[in-house]
Each structure stands twice: as C-alpha cells, then as structure tokens.
Design a binder for this molecule. Structure first.
Ligand code: NAP
Ligand code: GLV
Length: 333
C-alpha cells in the first residue's frame, strides 16, 4: 500500500470518528436544571423523557463545556448568565418576568415559558372554586351557622370579568361563560373567547370592569399591568363585588384592596400571589377577615407533564423546528 493511500485511510477513519462524536454530541443534549425545589426529582423525570441526555443539577458540575439547555425555576441572580453556551431556557413557570430582569438571560438566548394543560386545569379549578364560593355565599354560611338565608343570585345575573385571555384566562373565561355568568375578557389584542365579550386596551379595561360583579386576574406581570388592580378598578365594579388574583403580587395595590373591602365597595377577595412571598403572618392581607389567602398554589408546576413538554421542546430545538411559547421580549410575556 502506498504512503498516500495509508494517509487517506487514516484521515478517513479520523474524520468519521469526529463526525460520529459531533453527531453524538448533537443527540446528547447537556441540560442544567436550576430549581430551588427538588432538582433531582425533575432530573429523574426528564431522564425518562430523554434517556440520552446528560442532565446536571449543580452549576458546579458544568466544568467548562457548553450547556445549551437550562431548565429554570427562579435561580439566584446572575447564575443563568454565567452558564457557557446556553441556547434555550425552559422555564418551570408560566410567568417569566424574573427571567427578563436585565442581566439575567442574555438577549440571544431564547426563553420558553411553561404552557401545560395540567397547569391550565389547576388554575381553572382554583379560579372557579373561589368564584363560586363567593357567588353562593359559602364563606358566610360557614361563619354563621344559624338558619340565616342569604339572597342567592343566579349566575346569569352576574358579570364576571377575566383580565387576560391567554392560556389560563381564556379557559377560565370559557368555563365561567359555560356556567352561565355574563362573561367579559380583557387582553392586549382583544382576543376572542367563546361565550365571552372581548375588550382590549385601556378604554377596554374601563368598559370590561364597569359594573362587573367579579374580576379575576390572570395577567402576566409587565410594566403595563403592574398595579392594574387599584382603587379606580374597584370603584368601577358593582358594589359588593369580588376580586381574585392568581397573576402576580404587584398587580394588586394592597392598600386599595383593603380600603375597598373596609368601605363595603368589595365584599371579598381571594389571593394566591403577593408582593412578598411567603406572605408574612401579620401582613394586613393575611389578617383581613374578607381575604382568602392561598400560598401560591393555584396552579403548581406538574413535574412529569412539564418535563415531557420540555423534552419535546428540546428535541424540536435540536431538529431546528420552531418552538411555540417562545417569550416575546418586546411584549414582556
Ligand atoms: P399568556 O398565555 O401569555 O396570556 C397572557 C394574557 O394577558 C394574554 O391574553 C395577553 O393579551 C394579556 N395581556 C398581556 N399584557 C396585557 C396588557 N398590557 N393589557 C391587556 N392584556 C394583556 O399567559 P398565561 O399562561 O395565561 O399566564 C398568565 C399569568 O398567570 C402568568 O404570567 C403568571 O404570572 C400567572 N400564573 C400564576 C400561577 C400561580 O400559581 N399563581 C401559575 C401560572 C401562571 P394577548 O392575548 O393580546 O397577548
Ligand atoms: C407560577 O406562578 C407560574 O408562573 O407558573
């Protein structure tokens, strides 16, 4: 065999080894899980979906190599930005405002928010449970066990306004309408929802909340939606109304809610999210008799289904396919 044919053979073998290694690296996604919950349980669940993945649960284990995929809850500030080679952040939450804080996720890195039918189901359960409980006076009967019949109103005679017509708000509005409530829904674009009257923009917010008996907040937190639940909105609602919020704490002006409850403008409220979490024991909202406080449990992330969805998104990204639910940074959600 000539010198040249041996050289060509050596080069060909080396070349195919490099190609195989690259192929292997492409099919073996490195994934870092940054979660203050139970990252090992998430890793076990994710490994079931992508057995070929290398899954890390501690940034200390990265050791220089690139990590294209990060499954992120609410990590300490700056951690995500320090991960080399990040390409996609898969949020463990539907709300991603914490990931948009400047310096957290570099501009070129995509963020996928969690959209999971299991989460939507949980949120609908919570919103309808709190709405119907107020609607049928259940807290009053629980507090007063004498045979005291309250005025009972039919759902068709009540107006329910849902703020947000996205994944969560649209299902809640659809179900409220199916039950029979006169349902209104407010969004940025005026997105339509079966059975509900749709509104958009600031003027739309005024129309959507004027005379509303109940307002359910399922907005994302952005500079435009912060403080949306304020004295003006409460003042436009029908007297004796009900407010629930499972969006984010800063949507609510706490003092305005307490004033509206104390004046009788509002009857009661149900809150799942707060400016400070956990909510301090002595917080005025926590001790108010007309406020139901739940500890951010309205729609917890369901680990198994969330990992299934993330695995699918990682595969799509590897195959160069488009990924739904990529965050639009210009809109902030
Ligand atoms: P989504 O699908 O992105 O929907 C957001 C909705 O809000 C859309 O209809 C959007 O309008 C509307 N919107 C945004 N900015 C607006 C503005 N300035 N004016 C009027 N409407 C505006 O979000 P999602 O999945 O339904 O989740 C909503 C939020 O729920 C999350 O961001 C999170 O904060 C909260 N959440 C809480 C829990 C919990 O456990 N408490 C769990 C999950 C989620 P367009 O339709 O026109 O875009
Ligand atoms: C929970 O609050 C979430 O945004 O998923």
């Amino acid at each position: 065999m000539s010198f040249w044919s041996v050289s060509v053979r050596i080069w060909t073998v080396a070349h195919s080894k490099i190609i195989n290694t690259l192929k292997h690296m492409k099919n073996t996604p490195r994934i870092l899980i940054l979660s203050k919950g139970d990252p090992h349980a998430l890793a076990t669940s994710l490994a079931r979906e992508i057995p070929e993945a290398e899954i890390l649960t501690d940034p200390a284990d990265i050791q220089g190599g690139p990590v294209p995929y990060i499954v992120a809850g609410k990590p300490d500030p700056g951690i995500i930005a320090s991960v080399p080679g990040a390409e996609l952040i898969l949020s463990l939450n539907a709300g991603i405002e914490h990931l948009l804080i400047p310096g957290e996720v570099p501009e070129q890195v995509g963020i996928v928010r969690l959209v999971d039918p299991a989460m939507t189901e949980g949120m609908s359960d919570w919103c309808l449970a709190t709405l119907l409980s107020w609607h049928r006076n259940l807290p009053l009967y629980r507090a007063d066990t004498t045979w005291n019949r309250r005025t009972e109103v039919l759902s068709r005679d009540r107006i329910v306004t849902v703020l947000g017509a996205g994944t969560l708000g649209s299902r809640v509005a659809r179900l409220a309408a199916l039950i029979g409530f006169q349902t209104r829904v407010w969004s940025r674009s005026g997105r339509s929802v079966d059975g509900a009257q749709a509104f958009a923009g600031f003027e739309g917010l005024i129309e959507a909340t004027t005379g509303a008996d109940a307002v359910i907040n399922l907005l994302p937190l952005t500079p435009e939606t912060e403080n949306v639940l304020d004295e003006n909105l409460f003042g436009r609602m029908a007297k004796g109304g009900f407010v629930s919020s499972a969006g984010r704490g800063p949507h609510l002006v706490d003092a305005d809610l307490i004033a509206a409850l104390d004046s009788g403008q509002l009857n009661s409220a149900a809150l799942d999210v707060f400016r400070t979490e956990p909510l301090p024991d002595d917080d005025p909202l926590n001790v108010h008799p007309d406020v139901l406080v739940t500890p951010h449990v309205s729609a917890p992330t369901q680990a198994n289904s969330a990992m299934r969805i993330m695995a699918e998104n990682i595969r799509r990204h590897q195959q160069g396919k488009p990924i739904a639910e990529l965050v639009d940074r210009s809109k902030g959600y």
